[in-house]
Design a protein around this ligand. Sequence first.
Ligand code: AHR
Length: 494
Amino acid sequence: MAKMYINPNVKLGHINKEIYGNFSEHLGRCIYEGLYVGETSDIPNLNGMRTDVVTALREMGLAVLRWPGGCFADEYHWRDGIGEKETRKRMINTHWGGVVEDNSFGTHEFMELCRQIGCEPYINGNLGSGTVQEMSEWVEYLTFDGVSPMAELRKKNGDEAAWNVKYFGVGNESWGCGGNMTPEHYANEYRRYQTFCRNYGDNKIYKIACGPNVDDYNWMDVVMRIAGHHMHGISLHYYTLPTGNWSDKGNSLIFTDKEWYETLKRTLYMEELITNHDHIMSKYDKEKKVGLIVDEWGTWYNVEPGTNPGFLYQQSTMRDALVAGINLNIFNKHCDRVKMANIAQLVNVLQSVILTEGAKMVLTPTYHVFHMYQAHQDAELVDSHIDTEMIGAEDNNQVPNLHESVSVGKDGKLHITISNLSAASAYSVEGLIADTKILTVNGSIVTGTIDAHNTFDEPETVNRIAFTDFTVTDKGIDFTIPACSVLHLEAEIA
Ligand code: AHR
C-alpha cells in the first residue's frame, strides 16, 4: 500500500485562481465557430457568443482567458477589430490556415466573452509588428475612463465605461514567430514598450514579458537581468509532444502503451523546467515578486486526418486528462512562483476543453479535470508527499505511478487531487493526514481506458463520476485508485 502524507497545518502558499486559465487564439475554429458564431446564427447565442460553450466554461470555473494569440498576437492590429462590423478589414490569417479573417471578433467582443464567462481577460499586445503608440493606445482604449481620444473612440463604439484589464502581455514568442529577436534585443524593446502601457485610474496593469521557449535558460537569464525590474510576470511555453518530434508528433487517438508512458514522462519534464527557470529568476528576484506565467502548455499531436493542417484540430483522450492532472499538480506545487497558466487552447485547437461541430458540443476529458480541480482555485497549498514506484513500458521511459497535490480550499475543505499514471494497474493508498479529524469525504473521478474519449455521437464515454472506493480511518483516508485515472477527494475536516 502506498503511503501518502498530508499535513493540512503546513501551508506552503496561495494557489492563484489564474493557474486555471486558458488561451484562445484566432486560429482554426477556436474563436470563430467555437466561441463566436455572430448574433444572426441559428446556434443559440448571446451577443454572438455560443450559449452552450459559455455555460460549460462558467461551470468549469474558467479563471482567465488569454487572447488574441499566440503568433497571431504579433500580427494583430487592434484597430482592425473595432467599429461597424461591415467596415472592418477582411484579411488573410497568414499564420494559421490561410483563411479569411473578417475581424468580426475584436476587443469589444472579447471583453463581452469574458463578461459572460465571468473570467479575467489577459490581452497579449503586438510588439513584433506593431508600434509603441499602437500598444499604448490599446491600453488607453481599454482602461481609460477620463477624457481622451481613445476613451472617446471606445464610447463611440458602444462601451461607455472603461474595462478592468489586469493582465497584459508585451509580445509573444519574440524569439520566434513574434520577431525572431535575440534576448538582449527583446529585453530592451520590452523596456520601451512597457513604459507606455500606463495605469489609468484604479486599473493596475500586470505586465507580462515574453519568456523562454522550453529550456532556453539563456533567454530567461538575459531578459530577467535586463528587464526584470520592469515586469510583473514572464512567460514560459512548453508543449507535450508524445514523440518529441515536430515533424511527426503522433496520433491523438491511436497510441501504444510505450507512447502513453513517453507522453507522461515528457509531461513531468514541466517540473524540471519550472524548477530551473525559478532558480534563474531568483538570481534577480529572490523575493519571487515576478510571476512565472506558463501561458502555453498542453499536448500537441498531428492534426486529425482530413482537417486543415493550419487549424491544429486534435481529439483528446484519457491521456490528455492525465497530462492535465499532472501539469496542474505541478503548478499548484510551484505556486510560490507560478502565478498563472493557460492551457492551449480553449475550443477546437490543440488540448481543448471543448470540441464543436456545427451546433453540437462535446466536453473533453481535459474539461472534466479542470472542472474537478477548480476546488484548488485561490486555495492554500498544503504539505503533501506520496511514496511512489517507477513504472513504464521500457526501462528508459519510467514514470512515478502516482502524482498528487493537496490544498485547503476557500470552502475550508481539504482537496486532494491524485493521478494514477499506470495504463493497467490500480493502487491502494493509505492517506495519513496529520493532526486532523476527517468528518466527511466526497470523491469524484475521471477514468477509462488510455484511449477513451468523447465523440459527438458518444459524448459521455469519459465523464466525472462519483468515487466511493475509500474508507475514513482514524489516521486519514484509505482508497484504491483505478488505473489511468485522475481523482479528487474532498474532505470536511476539523
Ligand atoms: O498555440 C499555438 C501556437 O503555439 C501559438 O500561436 C504560439 O505562441 C505557439 O508556438
